[in-house]
Design a protein around this ligand. Structure first.
Ligand code: 6PG
Length: 227
């Protein structure tokens, strides 16, 4: 069975939200905590809004939020992935501030990456993990097959030790902080979200292992598609 499988959702935002929350309930039942990494970009917004709406009774106080990547902008900047998540999920679901591991896009990128790495390492150590293990790690996909801020041709694609690094990418804003493939592939469930049908050829190529596309380096994932 392929390590990648696609689900073609009838109601993208509602069905994706339910899928994610169901995995969250499994994590809570098994470990008493739901560790969720949020994807950036535009696609996830409607899914996060649905999660807040459908998950009004979800135990958000037992949910730990990280970010798959962040643009190096202030948290109130229109380009901030944190701002998008705050507006669509963090505030509507009333997720406690202490549960949210924000990447500080407003400071020096290398410093922000190092402090994030240390925060994840401290929690992983308390869990007896060599590397922080997410229950669900959400990702988007760009037309060039990038995911998080891991772009074609970047040396970041080959990072094998660090979980969080600063990068310069072709998608504006260029300066970013991103998860690397080791932490992505350490997650129990990786979920790609895509609602633009024009991405289908790249999705299928990435699922087939086409090395032109960074997303092909994700070893196993469920692809939640709106088409
Ligand atoms: C970012 C995202 C990036 C995004 C894709 C898809 O910070 O830009 O992490 O990887 O998920 O570029 O973006 P859209 O969802 O806007 O198509």
């Amino acid at each position: 069975m392929s390590p990648h499988h696609s689900l073609h959702l009838a109601d993208f935002s509602r069905d994706a939200a339910k899928h994610i929350l169901d995995l969250g309930r499994t994590a809570l039942a098994e470990r008493g905590l739901f560790r969720l990494a949020l994807a950036g970009g535009n696609t996830p917004r409607v899914v996060y809004e649905a999660m807040a709406r459908i998950g009004a009774e979800f135990p958000w106080a037992k949910t730990q939020i990280t970010f798959s990547d962040e643009r190096c902008v202030p948290p109130d900047d229109v380009d901030s992935n944190y701002r998008m998540a705050k507006e669509s999920l963090l505030v509507p679901a009333n997720i406690p501030e202490g549960n949210i591991f924000r990447m500080r896009g407003e400071i020096d990128p290398a410093t922000a990456a190092e402090e994030y790495e240390a925060r994840l390492a401290a929690f992983a150590s308390r869990c007896g993990e060599a590397r922080y293990v997410h229950d669900v790690l959400l990702l988007g996909l760009g037309p060039d097959g990038h995911t998080a801020s891991l772009f074609p041709g970047s040396p970041a694609l080959d990072e094998s030790v660090r979980n969080v690094i600063p990068v310069i990418g072709p998608k504006p804003p260029p300066q970013r902080i991103t998860f690397t493939f080791p932490i992505i592939n350490a997650a129990r469930n990786v979920i790609f979200l895509a609602s633009d049908e024009s991405k289908l050829p790249v999705i299928e190529a990435a699922q087939a292992g086409d090395a032109r596309y960074p997303s092909s380096r994700v070893t196993s994932a469920t692809w939640l598609l709106a088409f």
